[in-house]
Design a protein around this ligand. Sequence first.
Ligand code: NAD
Length: 237
Amino acid sequence: MIDTARRLLLEARRVAVLTGAGISAESGIPTFRDAMSGLWARYNPEELATPEAFARNPGLIWDWYAERRMKVASCAPNPGHLALAELERRVPEFLLITQNVDGLHAAAGSRRMVELHGNIRRVKCSRDGEPVESWSGDDRPPPCPRCGAPLRPDVVWFGEMLPEEEFTRATEAARSAEIFLSVGTSNLVEPAASLPWLAHRHGAKVIVINSSMEGQRSGDGILQLTGLAGELLPKVV
Ligand code: NAD
C-alpha cells in the first residue's frame, strides 16, 4: 500500500491535499472531540464555535479560544507537517487545503496553502472582519482599537461562510488534481468534507491517511492507509 501511494505521488504533476485535526494530534493539539476535557468537558464544540454562542456569551468564547491559542503557541510541527512541506517542493502543481486553525503547516514551511477555517493565532474585529494586531485592556473580549466592537478569533464558526476566494482555489485544485490526499480528517464538516469526492468524480485517485477508517469511503480509485499521519506521511513522501 505505501509503495503504491509513493509511486502514485512520484508520477503525479498535480496534487491536492486536505488535512484535518488528526495531522496535528501528534504535535499535542487535541482534535475537537479530545479538546473538550477538564473545564470544557460540559460544553459541546458545536455550541462554542458559533456566532450565536459568541453573541450570548462573548467572554466564555474568548476564554476558550485564548486557552487554545496558548496551547497552539507551545506546539511544533511534526514529521507529517514537514513531509507535506517537502511534497510541495517536488510537485509542480500543488495545493494544501487545511481545515486546521493552528498554523502548524505554515510553521513547517508550507506555502501553497489555503486555511479554509482561518487561523486561531489571528484576531479580527467582529463588526467589519478586519484583522487586528494588538489591543489593550483586560476586557474579555477586548474592544477593537478602531471601532470598539468586541474582538473575536479569525476562524470560521459553524454556520458561517467559508472565505470565498480560498474555497474557490480549493475546489479548482480538487477538480484538476491527479492525486488527492486526505489526511487526518473525519470528513464530517462540510463543505470541506466533499472535496476528496469532488476530486474523485473528476478522475483523481484518492489516498486516505487516517488512524481509523471508520466513516471513510472506500472503493475504486481510493487507497486507504491506516496509521498515524506523522509516521505514514514521511514514508509515502
Ligand atoms: P476531527 O476531530 O473531526 O477528526 C480527526 C480525524 O483525525 C479522525 O478521523 C481521526 O481518526 C483522525 N486522527 C486522529 N489522530 C490521527 C493521527 N495521528 N494520524 C492520522 N489521523 C488521525 O477533525 P476534522 O475532520 O479536522 O474536523 C473538525 C473541525 O475542527 C475542523 O473544522 C477544524 O477546523 C477544527 N479543529 C481544528 C484543530 C486544529 O487546528 N488543530 C483542532 C481541533 C478542531
